[in-house]
Design a protein around this ligand. Structure first.
Ligand SMILES: O=c1[nH]cnc2c1ncn2[C@@H]1O[C@H](CO)[C@@H](O)[C@H]1O
Length: 534
């Protein structure tokens, strides 16, 4: 061997070692090191497919879409993603646990409308007269009323008195033909409860503005969802959408801000415990349905994270925390934890609530109740602002996981804590992009977290508003925008998701065993996948 080739070999060896050392903190290392032969083939196939797709789709010119690139804005790219072979494969991948989704934003808006429009008690109102000029900006509200308060009529034209309730079915059937009739009505409502690409990328293209639109989606959809007959159907659809995408377990956030929900007679009588009873019976019903189809091994179960909004007073928080305790005592298997939600950038920081939160910890300790905090924190672009600082409080308060934790990468010490104490970040890539924290996936901090070995799960956050149902879209955006992460990275994330859940150890083992079974089938399929021209 010549001196030259010897020094080249030495250089290449040193290079391999440096790379291995740099990648050494990543959590997918073990999964990659112990790949089966089939997993190796599946990984190769996905990487080859990705390369082909990046060249043919994400670097190509498209008439309707001016600038495409891997991991680009989701709302512009969605149509292209849905045509992708990788995406079609990912749809059948077992995704593990969904640990971050707000339940009132999980069902396709058309399905919600189909459920709501069947309910004769539902009414609609708008704050102003609807005209051809203003109708795209007017946001409706909904409420189910008791029979003796039903009001027939129309919401369009001069006869409508602003802020009066009109039966939804009437408002829909009398919606003027020049606005598209019933179809136009549906489109109008859908516009008010979703974010469209023009809003995200043009008219509301700042964190502050998009949050205003985002929050108004929740307010508009609230009354459609929170009425007994619709609610049960809604929860069923929410679970089935997740399960059909390969999610086998979920911890879903529910906002228990209002004390009562409208029952099937249009009366405000359903207390929080009734909401949980409905949830429990829906979970049982879904299990029955799946069993009848021979699919019972696709769903391990679901729990709820009790949430309230970060604008309430300390006294109201004390009430909410007591309510959470009472619910946990009655439904220990259903309550997974406690969280505070809403726009961190404009609402109160965790520090404002420190007294009631510390009292709660003391109380639950005395009662021997395990109700972990699972706080949203650091969902911001700020560096040292009160939202960024929420990370300190979330960790000091012993948060079990961190919702978003977008700004965690600015804190090496906090990353170390998360790594050493297995505190997982519930990362929501598409949500972060649509809510304007990042303009696209290549700018998202996820690779920093993965390369530092910070535990992460991938989540969809508010799919009914963003359109990223299930986890396939978020998994896709992560996979297409990295050359380090591959199929085994996604597998590692999915497998570990159960570990960060609030399931007990034996349940975790059972849920992981089921996941492994589905993963094996999936790997066989991907390993056998024939690339065009291969
Ligand atoms: O990404 C998020 N960060 C903080 N709060 C959120 C996010 N997504 C939804 N919500 C909050 O959850 C409530 C619905 O139950 C909404 O009011 C919304 O503010």
């Amino acid at each position: 061997m010549s001196a030259q080739s010897e020094s080249l070999d030495a250089y290449l060896k040193a290079r391999r070692e440096l790379i291995a050392e740099d990648r050494g903190l990543r959590s997918d290392g073990a999964a990659i090191a112990h790949m089966s032969g089939l997993e190796e083939l599946a990984e190769q196939n996905i990487r080859a497919l990705r390369k082909k797709e990046i060249d043919n789709v994400w670097k190509a010119e498209h008439d309707a879409i001016p600038h495409v690139f891997p991991g680009m804005e989701f709302l512009t790219a969605r149509g292209l993603i849905e045509k992708s072979e990788i995406f079609q494969l990912l749809k059948t991948m077992p995704k593990g646990a969904l640990l971050h989704a707000h339940i009132d934003a999980t069902v396709d808006v058309r399905t919600l409308l189909r459920l709501a429009e069947k309910e004769p008690a539902l009414h609609i109102r708008i704050p102003t007269k609807l005209t051809l000029d203003n109708y795209t900006t007017v946001i409706p509200q909904f409420l189910a009323l008791p029979k003796h308060q039903f009001v027939s009529g129309t919401i369009f034209g001069d006869s409508y008195v602003p802020d009066t309730w009109i039966r939804l079915q009437d408002a829909r059937s009398s919606f003027p033909q020049k606005l598209g009739g019933e179809k136009g009505f549906d489109e109008w409502v859908i516009r008010s409860i979703t974010i469209n690409p023009t809003e995200a990328y043009v008219t509301h293209n700042t964190v502050e503005k998009i949050w205003q639109k985002f929050q108004s989606c929740f307010q508009a959809a609230y009354g459609l969802i929170h009425c007994e007959t619709v609610y049960a159907g809604y929860l069923r659809e929410s679970l089935l959408t997740a399960i059909n995408d390969g999610i086998s377990y979920a911890e879903l956030r529910v906002t228990f801000l209002d004390k009562l929900m409208v029952d099937k007679n249009g009366e405000l009588t359903l207390a929080h415990r009734d909401w949980l009873i409905i949830f429990e019976s829906v979970v049982a019903g879904v299990k029955e349905e799946l069993k009848a189809e021979g699919r019972e091994d696709q769903f391990f179960g679901a729990r709820l994270i009790y949430t309230t909004l970060r604008f309430i007073s300390n006294e109201e928080l004390r009430e909410a925390l007591d309510d959470c305790i009472a619910l946990k005592q009655e439904f220990p298997h259903l309550i997974a934890g406690f969280d505070l939600v809403g726009d961190e950038n404009v609402l109160k920081p965790l520090l404002d609530y420190i007294e009631p939160l510390l009292e709660f910890q003391q109380k639950t300790k005395e009662l021997n109740l395990d109700i972990p905090f699972i706080f949203h924190a650091g969902e911001t672009l700020g560096d040292g602002d009160s939202v960024d600082n929420n990370l300190y409080d979330a960790l000091l308060l012993g948060t079990k996981r961190i919702g978003h934790g977008y700004s965690l990468v600015k804190h090496p010490h906090l990353m170390k804590i998360c790594r050493e104490q297995s505190i997982c970040l519930e990362v929501c890539p598409i949500s972060n992009e649509i809510l304007r924290l990042t303009s696209s996936m290549p700018m998202h901090p996820l690779p920093i977290l993965l390369n530092h070995g910070v535990p992460v799960t991938l989540n969809n956050d508010d799919p009914s508003i963003f359109g990223n149902f299930g986890l396939s879209y978020d998994f896709f955006q992560v996979l297409i925008s990295s050359e380090v992460s591959g199929l085994m990275t996604l597998a590692d994330i999915a497998r570990r998701s159960f570990t960060y859940s609030t399931l007990e150890e034996t349940q975790k083992a059972q849920a992981i065993a089921l996941w492994e079974k589905h993963w094996k089938h999936f790997v066989e399929k991907v390993a056998a996948f024939k690339l065009d021209g291969a």
